[in-house]
Design a protein around this ligand. Structure first.
Ligand code: ADP
Length: 168
């Protein structure tokens, strides 16, 4: 298993699966979620709506992951996971780690060889970059699975630097 830290737009990655930092509604949002739906087109949203009608009537719980196809993206799958909103009063680290664990285990079941992750919860959900990066890298390293090419694709310099340090 190789882990890479890359700078850029996750929708441009040539990987089997792109992970989306979704919200529990699965019906789209801003940040990386908006970028993935814009780049992938309406097929992704249609599958998310179907998931809401079937298995996830109340939405996808925080820390869980679910896959849809990837529409016009080059990836085969989008794996949607819901990060926790950062809280100073409550330690939600295990929910954030769970996003990475559950996404990787799902990717493994789908036979994925390569996967790209954004910095889940490190945007609108307010998780401090250094902590978000440490949790992400540890969770990926500690999850037993067969995905050989794992990439963190970071969109801003502070988060990029935090992930580089977490890898060292
Ligand atoms: P959350 O609500 O989980 O915090 P956000 O989408 O607001 O999710 O932010 C998560 C991270 O994704 C942030 O670090 C943000 O800078 C980054 N991001 C936004 N757009 C993209 C993109 N196109 N590719 C990769 N990362 C992105």
């Amino acid at each position: 298993m190789a882990i890479q830290i890359l700078s850029g737009d996750i929708t441009k990655q040539h990987v089997d699966a792109i992970v989306n930092a979704a919200n529990s509604s699965l019906l789209g949002g801003g940040g990386v979620d908006g970028a993935i739906h814009r780049a992938g087109g309406p097929a992704i949203l249609a599958e998310c709506q179907e998931l809401r009608r079937s298995h996830y009537g109340k939405g996808l719980p925080t820390g869980r992951a679910v896959a849809t196809t990837a529409g016009r993206l080059r990836a085969r799958w989008v794996i949607h996971t819901v990060g926790p909103v950062y809280s100073e009063d409550e330690d939600r680290s295990d929910l954030l780690a769970s996003c990475y664990r559950e996404s990787l285990k799902l990717a493994d079941r789908l036979g994925v060889d390569s996967i790209a992750f954004p910095a889940v919860s490190a945007g609108v959900y307010g998780w401090p970059a250094v902590s978000a990066a440490a949790i992400a890298v540890a969770a990926v390293r500690d999850t037993a699975q067969n995905v050989s090419d794992i990439r963190f694709v970071l969109f801003n310099d502070e988060v990029l630097e935090a992930f580089r340090q977490a890898m060292d």
